[in-house]
Every structure is written in structure tokens, then in C-alpha cells.
Design a protein around this ligand. Structure first.
Ligand code: DGY
Length: 448
């Protein structure tokens, strides 16, 4: 009897949270047909956020899911580039805004809407494929209408950012990685002599500074943007002059996963042989060089690669496991990755999966991408593990994600330490964070 009552209460709590997740998305939805990640802290549309957000909507409000993708693609530049932030609206709660970024300096920038001149991980392709799986054939006309824009975005990457013609594309700014202040970048900052800028931070008026990047880090972030601006955001010039030029395993895994999705979708649509052939050639080359260049046998993980120094950046972080989601490692390498995850990131006292190696001295359990758990990374790692048959570990990653949200709320990131004396509340960063809510809906709707 007591057990039945308990099950009933748990069920009720989960239903309430599902409603709350939808409420978070509704409250963050804007008149222009897009959804902000979090009020105050992130008051515009972000590229990779929009993909995960669409995946939440697709389970209960198809129109909003479509709008989310459409408003993003509508900001595409003439050369296929899709920016990381789209300033559809004005806001004085965020720095640096459109006046700092000056995307119009690029001659092919959108004439309709202002944006940044940098991008973010290309998730839209695999999001479209998953939306089709959920909705069914009814979504095919929508996919047909928009897929070429995503293809053009991938073509842009290969034509402008694959400097060695190896099927791997560079990022020129830490904000392009999505893992903004990861300790991976510290050694790059050390090579830079950035000016000390005077500016007014806004993020630290919304969130405890202990959970955000430092002022000195922001100097570096602004300095790289200034260099890109000097060169009018021209890729060839950026590739020559940016002090930050990196092959990122997360970014490239997302591109490869989305290439696969585009190939599958074009096969469904038909009459797209040339595009399929283009993508398949990139897949072959990209996967081979990914395994050659970004794998670190000593660490048992994929790592970043600094194109300025021509050497690997030897740290393990949650991005190191993202290639599982894109089918990049063979089964024996996948097993090695799993062992690394369990040994370094696992253990009873910790939620999976910290964003940076918890055994490393640079790990910081509270500071943004220097340690906390992120729900979107867990979502990708969960699906990656499952696709290789690591079902138990996949379940644990999902279970940990749900437990963190159920106990603490729809936060931006979470402390990986369980029941630690220093931790009274594991939720950090922005609250009512859209992709945490959206992916909660997706996790809860799928039985796996
Ligand atoms: C920020 O402002 O911290 C954003 O994440 C940049 O993309």
C-alpha cells in the first residue's frame, strides 16, 4: 500500500515537472517566434540552444518547434554562415550586444537581422532528423523547405574553415565551441597579450560571479572579436590572424552527426545525389582524420587540437565523449572512452557527466564550463552510449540528468558533487533555462 502511494506521488511530481518545463519554454518564448535561453542572462536567440529547444516543443507544440528553426535559418548569411547569437530584438541586459559585434562589417551578412560574426556547434541537421522521427511524414514538407539552408551551412564550413582540407573545420573563438570558459583554453590565453578593456559586464548582475568567467577572460574574448572585426569577419583573414584557431571534437562531432542526418533526409526526399555525394566524401575524410588527429591514446579520450601550435590540447572534458554520438570511434575505442568516463568522471559521489576532468587541478565544480554538469551534453552522451550498446551507463547519464532537475530545478548547469558538505544546492547559472526544460521533456517522453 505504502509503495503504491509512493509511486503515485513520484508520478504526480513528474507530471508537475513536465508542466513546469513547458511553462519555462512558454515564458521564454518571444513574439518574434523564437525562444531565449534564459531571462536577463541570455535575452536573444542562440544557435545551438534553438536546436535543443525545438526538440522540447516538438513533443507538444509543433508550430513553435518549426518557428524556432525558421527564425534561426532566417538569419543565415549569403555565404551560408549561421551566427551564434541573433539579435532579433533589443535588450540592455546583455554584453556584448550587436553594437559591439558589428556583423554588418561582413559584406554577405544578413541585411534583415543583426547578429554576431561567429557561429556555434551545428546541431540543426540532427535535430531536423529527430523531429521527423517524432512527428512522422507529416513533417516532410517542412524538412524539404528548409534542408538546403542547413546543407549550405555545412558547405560553408568545408569551403571556408577546413584549412588543411582534412574534413575537419576550425573554430576561431571560444564562444564558437559552446564550452565558453573551459580550462582547455587557458594555455591559449597565456599566449595572448590582450588589452585590458573597460566595459560593463551584465552577466554577473544576473549570476554569482563565482559561477561565471573572469574579467581577464572577457578581455581575451573581446580581443579576438576585435581582430575578426578588423578583418571584416573574412574567414581567410581570420584563419591567418586569429590567435585562437582550434579543431574542436564537439563542434566537429556535431557537424559529422548532422552530415549523417542530412544524408538520411536527402535519401528520403530523393533527387539529391550531388548533395549526398558531397556530404559522403566529407564524412569519409572527416571521420578518418578525426580519429588520427583528435585521439589521445595516453588520456584514452578525444581532445582538442591547437592549429596555431600544431599540437593537441591534452585535457579530457565532456566534449571528449561527444564523438560517440556521431559514430566516430570503432567499438574498441568506444570501450576505452567509456572506461575513461567511468574512471575519471564516475564514482558514487558524483553525477555524470562533469564538463571537465574532475581529477584535474583546473576542475572547478561551480564555474560554468570548468566542471559543472550540462543537460545538453548529457543528452548527447546518453544517446551516444546507447548507440554503442552501453545501456547501463546510458541509463545512468539519463537518470542523473533527471535527478538533478527533479531535485534542484531547470538550471543552466549543476554541481557534479553529490551530498558534498560544500554544496547546499547543486543548480547554478541561469534558472528556468530553456534547453534544460526542453531536454527534460524529450528525456521523459522517450522510454529509453
Ligand atoms: C555568454 O554570454 O556567456 C554566452 O554563452 C556566449 O555565447
Amino acid at each position: 500500500m505504502a509503495k503504491a502511494a509512493n509511486t503515485y506521488l513520484v508520478q504526480q511530481m513528474k507530471e508537475q515537472l513536465m508542466s513546469k518545463a513547458k511553462e519555462v519554454l512558454e515564458n521564454n518564448f518571444q513574439d518574434g517566434g523564437f525562444t531565449i535561453p534564459s531571462k536577463g542572462l541570455y535575452p536573444f536567440q542562440w544557435k545551438w540552444d534553438s536546436g535543443f529547444i525545438a526538440l522540447g516543443y516538438v513533443h507538444y507544440d509543433l508550430e513553435k518547434a518549426k518557428q524556432e528553426i525558421e527564425t534561426l535559418l532566417d538569419a543565415q548569411w549569403e555565404n551560408g554562415f549561421i551566427p551564434h547569437i541573433i539579435f532579433h530584438n533589443d535588450s540592455d541586459t546583455y554584453f556584448p550586444g550587436p553594437d559591439f559585434h558589428e556583423s554588418h562589417l561582413h559584406p554577405q551578412a544578413s541585411k534583415k537581422v543583426r547578429s554576431t560574426g561567429m557561429t556555434q556547434p551545428p546541431v540543426t541537421g540532427f535535430i531536423l532528423e529527430r523531429m521527423l522521427e517524432i512527428v512522422g511524414d507529416e513533417l516532410l514538407p517542412f524538412i524539404k523547405e528548409h534542408i538546403d539552408k542547413v546543407f549550405e551551412n555545412h558547405k560553408y564550413f568545408y569551403e571556408n574553415r577546413d584549412v588543411n582540407n582534412e574534413g575537419l573545420v576550425y573554430i576561431y573563438h571560444n564562444w564558437e565551441s559552446g564550452t565558453d570558459n573551459s580550462p582547455m583554453w587557458d594555455d591559449i590565453w597565456a599566449t595572448m597579450d590582450s588589452p585590458e578593456y573597460e566595459f560593463e559586464r551584465r552577466d554577473t548582475t544576473h549570476v554569482d560571479p563565482a559561477q561565471r568567467p573572469s574579467k581577464r577572460e572577457y578581455d581575451h574574448y573581446l580581443y579576438i572579436i576585435n581582430i575578426a572585426k578588423e578583418h571584416h569577419y573574412q574567414d581567410a583573414q581570420i584563419a591567418q590572424h586569429s590567435p585562437f584557431l582550434v579543431l574542436d571534437p564537439l563542434f566537429n562531432a556535431m557537424l559529422i552527426k548532422s552530415n549523417d542526418a542530412l544524408i538520411n533526409l536527402y535519401k528520403r526526399i530523393g533527387d539529391s545525389e550531388d548533395k549526398i555525394a558531397f556530404l559522403e566524401a566529407k564524412q569519409l575524410l572527416g571521420k578518418e582524420n578525426f580519429n588520427k588527429k583528435l585521439c589521445n591514446a595516453e588520456l584514452g579520450a578525444y581532445v582538442h587540437y591547437d592549429l596555431r601550435k600544431n599540437e593537441q590540447i591534452p585535457f579530457v572534458c565532456s566534449s571528449s565523449f561527444s564523438p560517440l554520438f556521431a559514430g566516430i570511434p570503432d567499438t574498441s575505442r568506444a570501450k576505452i572512452l567509456v572506461n575513461t568516463m567511468i574512471e575519471k568522471f564516475g564514482g558514487d559521489g558524483r553525477y555524470l557527466c562533469a564538463s571537465f576532468d574532475p581529477s584535474h587541478e583546473r576542475f572547478n565544480p561551480k564555474k560554468y564550463w570548468r566542471g559543472p554538469v550540462w543537460i545538453n551534453m548529457n543528452w548527447m552522451i546518453h544517446h551516444g552510449l546507447k548507440s554503442y550498446g552501453f545501456d547501463e551507463l546510458a541509463k545512468k547519464v539519463k537518470h542523473d540528468s533527471l535527478e538533478l532537475i527533479e531535485q534542484y530545478g531547470f538550471y543552466e548547469y549543476f554541481d557534479a558533487r553529490k551530498a558534498h558538505p560544500e554544496v547546499t544546492h547543486n543548480g547554478y547559472g541561469g534558472n528556468n533555462f530553456s534547453w534544460s526544460a526542453a531536454l527534460y521533456i524529450d528525456f521523459m517522453t522517450n522510454a529509453d
